[in-house]
Design a protein around this ligand. Sequence first.
Ligand SMILES: Cc1cc2nc3c(=O)[nH]c(=O)nc-3n(C[C@H](O)[C@H](O)[C@H](O)COP(=O)(O)O)c2cc1C
Length: 197
Amino acid sequence: MDSETQSIDRLLVGVSGSIAILSLPSYLASLRASLAREVRVIMTPEAAELLPPSTVTLLCDGVFIDRNTTLEKRPGHMELARWSEMFVVLPASANVIGQTANGLATNLLTTTILASPRPVILCPNLTNVMWSKEAVQRNVRTLREDGHIVVEPELAVAYEVDSGEMRESWIVPQPEQLIERLLQIHKRTGRGFSTGQ
Ligand SMILES: Cc1cc2nc3c(=O)[nH]c(=O)nc-3n(C[C@H](O)[C@H](O)[C@H](O)COP(=O)(O)O)c2cc1C
């Protein structure tokens, strides 16, 4: 898809500490090629432990992390939140889901979510046991009641780091399906995807 058909000008991707981060490069490549002209990424400290931000830099137009030692002034949470036309958390950990549902802001990603004038799209990736916890389901309901969009994860057999085994997990839809879903959301909400704040 060429730049004429990319629907979104400014896509902000929040990345949290889920095993699905191992597939992040292929998601970012697809998002950049088929959906958005400019893609910026915010990584939580946990995410930056699992995948080096220097790798993520190769696949987007800028990576923002909490502990940035550069002296150069960079956009903070307010500017990043205002900049984005669409804000997707991919993958969304149980922790980010819980923090967002409860209005907590302990790092750059969750602070930017709280500062966002628009609802946020969250793409959960959790083990079967975590996803079935009532606390997690309650947080997902709260997010939806608050106007955020939670992309339904898909049940699949996926690699579990702790055991080294393949086990049932709720995973983010594959890049093509996710982009289709994001395009539907964009079509439905368009530039009216705003809480008006
Ligand atoms: C290798 C590894 C894989 C993990 N995968 C997941 C996951 O898929 N989903 C999840 O909710 N938490 C997962 N966690 C736990 C989160 O990293 C942990 O809750 C962390 O505090 C999340 O921080 P963040 O939400 O600020 O990124 C994983 C942890 C490790 C070490």
